[in-house]
Design a protein around this ligand. Structure first.
Ligand SMILES: *Cc1c(COP(=O)(O)O)cnc(C)c1O
Length: 376
């Protein structure tokens, strides 16, 4: 069988787009109210809907996930060192840097790609103020073990759940773990507001602090009580979000079918590893990564990435390079590759395949077939 390249590029993801008429209807309300930002009616609606959807106590919406995470560090008054993962998007580490905090990189688990909780304790020093962990690809970290360590050393826990919108452990919302959890609503994320994000927390007083911090620290017209920033989500973003949220559950069902099709076609190929979820986890279906065992498959990840491109299939090397190998962080003691063997191995061998509800099953089959033909 000869495979022709796809006519149009198949991207790694596509944004969920609601019926434009529905969005317009909501925007008409915004227009006639002339209320464009600052905790307007659409913002209030979305905040409540997300609270229910994520099964959490408190939500504070933001203009993007990165600013949300910066504010989380401020609200928890973090300083000194924070133990984190190098296997993440650049924003996670940059946020620490923007708070004058030294990131201390910890190695990851081979099966989940999440921070290895068993390796955290030996990185703790008197300067450690928190653990900043990422639920990579929507797969939850070992939240219990991380909580135990945090309690023992009296340090905070922040989760970057940018990939984990709707992830649940035994029916519990992923945002109920740790002191604060950040979600990103960037267009590439399953639920989005074009740009946007949120912090969620169990502590109501902390939400109040965070709400002040994201609005310049303004309490009343004449009282500025904190050195805040502008992290507010506007009414246009919120309007988009309300309509996108309606589509999430259907999108999950579609992605579940696509995931099954990938697994059916790829799982028997020697040298391809697939991210699995334990039975008690509801996944956010954010990405579909595979790990190439070069010895068994006979080809490298980079070879597969560039060959797929020839067929107009745009896969991504998430997360390569590791944050610990960025020029701005590679001199740190904890960035030493000897301390991060698994993270370096996964980063060099992982590839994320196209994964979104509108992807045809026949195209999924073709992508798998192409990968099969690449095997040596
Ligand atoms: C997308 C993403 C962010 C950043 O979120 P923005 O909303 O784009 O600022 C942070 N961390 C991870 C892991 C992400 O994937």
């Amino acid at each position: 069988m000869i495979i022709k390249p796809f006519k149009e590029p198949i991207f790694v993801t596509r944004p969920l787009l609601p019926d434009l008429k529905k969005v317009t209807k909501r925007l008409e309300k915004v227009w006639s109210s002339q209320w464009l930002t600052n905790n307007g009616p659409q913002h209030i609606i979305l905040e409540n809907k997300i609270k229910q959807f994520l099964k959490v106590e408190n939500v504070s919406l933001f203009n993007n996930g990165t600013i949300a995470l910066i504010v989380a560090c401020q609200a928890l008054k973090l300083k000194g060192e924070v133990i984190t993962t190098p296997f993440t998007f650049a924003a996670t580490t940059h946020v620490l840097k923007w708070n004058n905090i030294t990131p201390v990189f910890c190695d990851i688990e081979k099966d989940t790609f999440n921070i290895d909780a068993d390796k955290i304790e030996k990185l703790i020093t008197p300067k450690t103020s928190a653990i900043l962990a990422v639920h990579v690809f929507g797969n939850p970290c070992n939240v219990e073990k991380i909580q135990r360590i945090a309690k023992k050393y009296n340090i905070k826990v922040i989760y970057d759940a940018a990939h984990a919108f709707g992830t649940e452990i035994d029916g519990k919302g992923i945002g109920t773990f740790g002191d604060v959890t950040m979600f990103s609503f960037h267009a590439t994320k399953l639920f989005h507001t074009a740009e946007g994000g949120a912090l969620v927390m169990n502590d109501k007083a902390l939400k109040q602090d965070i709400d002040y911090l994201k609005n310049f620290g303004i309490k009343t017209e004449e009282e500025i009580i904190k050195a805040g920033i502008n992290g507010k989500m506007n009414e246009l973003q919120a309007s988009v979000g309300i309509e996108v949220l309606e589509l999430v559950k259907r999108e999950w069902k579609k992605r579940e079918i696509i995931r099954r099709e990938y697994i059916k076609n790829l799982s028997k190929i020697e040298g391809i590893g697939i991210l699995d979820y334990p039975k008690n986890i509801h996944s956010s279906y954010q990405y579909f990564p595979i790990v190439i065992d070069e010895k068994k498959f006979g080809r490298s990840r980079n070879f597969i990435h560039s060959e797929l491109k020839k067929y107009n299939v745009i896969s991504r090397k998430y997360f390569y390079p590791l944050c610990s190998n960025f020029e701005c962080y590679r001199e740190f003691k904890s960035s030493n590759k000897k301390n991060l063997p698994i993270a370096n191995e996964i980063a060099n061998n992982i590839i994320t395949l196209p994964f979104y509800g509108a992807l045809n099953l026949s195209d999924v089959k073709t992508i798998c077939y192409i990968i099969k033909t690449l095997k040596k």
